[in-house]
Design a protein around this ligand. Sequence first.
Ligand code: GDP
Ligand code: MG
Length: 160
Amino acid sequence: MHKVAIVGRPNVGKSSLFNRLIGRRDAVVADFPGVTRDAKEGLMLYHNHRITLIDTGGLWSGDEWEAAIREKAEWAMEGAQAVVFVLDPREGLSAADYEVAEWLRRLGRPVVLVANKIDSPKHEVYMAELWGLGFGEPVPISAEHARGLDDLMDRVMTHM
Ligand code: GDP
Ligand code: MG
């Protein structure tokens, strides 16, 4: 069974991406941080592959749930062939994004870097900064407008 975990700081669009990929609105999407605290599992099909997708809570949220959310995310990544690390380059990289990057490096899982909220080609100018995280080329997507999802899944499948 293929397994993929979605991680990142709060509000970058992890749950929006999860919902898009599984084709339902299971995960709560909201305009403020800290809504998803528990990990949520869903099943998706991609080119006849069954993939278990896990949406996790926002990392380095700075609230009282931080340690518990991180522990849950580590649990979600166990046995995952790939970790999708979601960022919002339109906001710019934050301290929390760098903390997540360091944590992922320590855990040593294969990472696919995702630049979300690239709703139109004009937003691609914001992506250059993401190279500095050290995970290679970011995949531009828009969870909201369903852009770039096949490119993302093709990248994910290279780790299967
Ligand atoms: P999470 O905290 O990482 O799970 O983020 P959510 O999925 O809850 O989304 C946080 C906010 O970002 C919500 O207001 C979403 O509507 C918005 N959002 C998510 N994906 C996109 C996108 O591709 N483009 C834009 N413009 N907004 C998005
Ligand atoms: Mg969420």
